[in-house]
Design a protein around this ligand. Structure first.
Ligand SMILES: Cc1ncc(COP(=O)(O)O)c(C=O)c1O
Length: 410
């Protein structure tokens, strides 16, 4: 049974906030999430109890930490319903997206090929493909968005054609929070012979991911957006695809042998992509983060986040001076502007009330041309947020004026 007050005790920052008179209302969960004690303990335990390198030492501590590290791979695989040798540890979603753009783009993209994406993508997902397109004389095309910024199956169908070799798409947009019907899109893309790379940075923490059922070719996500540590992420890839592409960096741990003539034999996936000493403590923290999410369960996570979102939207849509950009989205991302107030000024005002949100373009710069605004305020919810916290931002936005923001700034 989900109890928010109990759950909040698991997060040192929220616990401390509960004991202080100064409000700490964290509504920037799409940027990164807070960390529960179990994750902090797992990270610390590496330094206090192990501290040695993985896969290299012929001594007990190294065996133990290597085993723990590989158990994390199993935990990740079962979490996203993949096979264990399809899980590559990277430095984060951006690293995963670059790895696949480099590896797949280098090997398979040719002149006049098309990479299909959308105007709502995050820089980390689309910029690596801009480079591939420019190097290979390929081009980028965009699935037209609906007026409110959504990707529909119909629009996607119309945008697909025989020259499209790769589809790069976020499962949940980090600005508008719409959930894309991935399973339907992969089916359409595959019928044209294209592969689908899914940016799961905003979806994996919030909904159950099923890479096999959805027939995803590659999936990227970061631990820090799912209650885990910074500095680690995952690239899932179908084994044959991982096997067929090259890593973009080489080094210790990823090769089976090499000689003075420059011949290199790489290990099999996933190890051929993991050169050098990884962020071991962060990988161990990722295991704890997944176990934490599983202890809450996606049914509760989706229900709570959806209830909070509905509560917020129902109140905010009553305010004439608030423009909501995604009232019909279903995830915990609510994007808005207070009319006539630059988003950063509004964020500074909210900060004066102890409320943390994100202001700006959210690394999705093309989308803001579509939305016809230079920037927005993004509220992003987690299961540990409360109705009282929603009330606090509703009240702050009810009374916000440009004069109040200016008074704070000058
Ligand atoms: C949709 C999306 N993709 C990719 C990223 C990049 O994630 P990271 O900064 O953890 O590499 C983000 C981060 O905000 C994101 O929201």
């Amino acid at each position: 049974m989900f109890e928010v007050n109990k759950v909040r005790q698991d997060f040192p920052l929220l616990k401390k906030a509960g004991e202080s008179s100064k409000p700490l209302i964290y509504l920037d969960n799409a940027a990164t999430t807070l960390k529960p004690q179990s994750v902090i303990d797992a990270v610390t335990r590496y330094y206090t109890d192990y501290s040695v390198n993985i896969h290299r030492g012929d001594y007990d501590l190294s065996y133990q930490v290597s085993d723990y590290y590989e158990k994390t791979r199993k935990t990740v695989a079962s979490f996203i319903q993949a096979d264990v040798n399809e899980v590559v540890f990277t430095a984060g979603a951006s690293a995963s997206l670059n790895l696949v753009a480099y590896g797949y783009g280098e090997k398979y993209i040719q002149e006049n090929d098309v990479i299909l994406s959308t105007e709502s993508e995050h820089a980390s997902s689309i910029l690596p493909w801009f480079r591939v397109a420019s190097q290979k004389k390929a081009s980028i095309e965009y699935v037209p968005l609906t007026e409110d910024g959504q990707i529909t199956i119909e629009n996607f169908k119309h945008a697909m054609h025989a020259k499209v070799k790769v589809v790069v798409i976020a499962h949940i947009s980090n600005v508008l929070g719409y959930v894309v019907p991935i399973k339907e899109l992969t089916e359409i893309a595959h019928s044209f012979g294209a592969i689908v790379i899914v940016d799961g940075a905003q979806s994996v923490p919030h909904i159950q991911t099923r890479v096999k059922d959805w027939d995803i070719d590659f999936l990227a996500f970061s631990a820090h957006k799912m209650y885990g540590p910074t500095g680690v992420g995952v690239l899932y890839g179908k084994y044959q695809l991982l096997d067929s592409i090259e890593p973009y960096y080489l080094g210790g741990g990823s090769n089976a042998r090499f000689d003075r003539c420059g011949n290199i034999t790489l290990k099999n996936p996933p190890y051929k992509f993991e050169a050098g000493t990884p962020a071991i403590e962060a990988v161990l923290g990722l295991k704890a983060a997944i176990e934490y999410i599983e202890s809450i369960g996606f049914d509760a996570i989706e229900k709570v986040e959806h209830e909070l979102r509905t509560y917020l939207i129902n109140h905010l849509k009553e305010f004439k001076h608030i423009k909501l950009y995604n009232p019909d989205a279903t995830s915990g991302i609510v994007t808005l502007n207070a009319i006539g107030i630059p988003s950063q000024d509004a964020a500074i005002y909210l900060n004066s009330k102890g409320i943390m949100v994100r202001a700006g373009n959210h690394c999705a710069k093309i989308l803001l041309d579509v939305l016809k605004t230079p920037d927005t305020i993004r509220i992003s919810l987690s299961f540990y947020n409360t109705k009282e916290e929603c009330d606090a931002i509703i009240e702050a936005l009810r009374e916000i004026t440009l004069e109040k923001c200016i008074d704070l700034i000058f």
